[in-house]
Design a binder for this molecule. Structure first.
Ligand SMILES: [Zn+2]
Length: 192
C-alpha cells in the first residue's frame, strides 16, 4: 500500500460509500483532497488541483487555476477538515469564514423555492467555493454535518450512516482490520 503515497491510483477523490447523501458528495470529495496514508495532497499545485476538482461533484468548469486560487482552496479545505474533526471549536468556523470571504457571493433564489449561494464573478475557484458552501449549508441544516468523520487510521473523510454514529474507519477491510492487527501485535510484543 505504501506505493500509493507516490503513485496515486487516479486523479480523483476516493469513491463514495453506499448511503452517502448525493447532496454531500462534492463536499466530501473536497475534504478528501488532503494527503492521507494512501493518497497524496491534491492542492499542492494548480494542475493537480484542477485535475482533482474536475472529478469532484462540485460543478468545476475546468478552467485553469492559479497558484493563489489553489492556496485559497487549500486554506478552506484545511479549515473544513478542522471543523469535521473539532466541530465545537470556534476557531475552525472562524477560519472557514476567513477563507470564504475571499470569494464574493450573492444569494440566488428560484421557484421551489430554492436558495443557493452563487459566486459574483465567473471566477473558477470562486464557483468551487460557492459549491462547497452550498453543500456545507445542506449538511448544516439537515443535521448531517455531525455524520461526517475522518478515518482513525488514514484520515479519509466519510459519511457515517451507522445508527450509533460510532464509525471509526473508512473501511474495515482497509483500515479497521489493519489497525486491529497492529494493536494486537503491539499488545503481544509487550507481553513478551
Ligand atoms: Zn482509512
Amino acid at each position: 500500500m505504501l506505493k500509493h503515497v507516490t503513485a496515486p491510483i487516479d486523479d480523483g477523490p476516493p469513491p463514495q460509500d453506499d448511503g452517502t447523501p448525493s447532496e454531500l458528495h462534492g463536499l466530501i470529495d473536497f475534504l478528501n483532497s488532503r494527503a492521507t496514508a494512501r493518497r497524496p495532497e491534491r492542492f499542492d499545485h494548480p494542475a493537480s488541483a484542477a485535475a482533482f476538482l474536475s472529478r469532484c461533484a462540485l460543478d468545476y468548469d475546468g478552467r485553469p487555476l492559479t497558484a493563489a486560487d489553489t492556496a485559497r482552496l487549500k486554506v478552506l479545505r484545511d479549515a473544513l477538515v478542522h471543523a469535521v474533526e473539532e466541530p465545537a471549536n470556534p476557531e475552525a468556523w472562524a477560519a472557514i469564514n476567513d477563507a470564504t470571504a475571499t470569494a464574493p457571493m450573492r444569494v440566488q433564489t428560484a421557484v421551489g423555492p430554492t436558495i443557493a449561494l452563487q459566486a459574483q464573478s465567473r471566477h473558477p475557484a470562486d464557483a468551487v467555493i460557492a459549491s462547497v458552501l452550498n453543500q456545507l449549508t445542506n449538511a448544516a441544516i439537515t443535521g448531517r454535518w455531525q455524520r461526517l468523520g475522518a478515518c482513525a487510521r488514514c484520515r479519509r473523510v466519510f459519511y457515517d450512516n451507522t445508527r450509533s454514529h460510532t464509525r471509526r474507519w473508512c473501511s474495515y477491510a482497509n483500515c479497521g482490520n489493519r489497525a486491529n492487527v497492529a494493536a494486537y501485535r503491539s499488545r503481544t510484543k509487550k507481553r513478551r
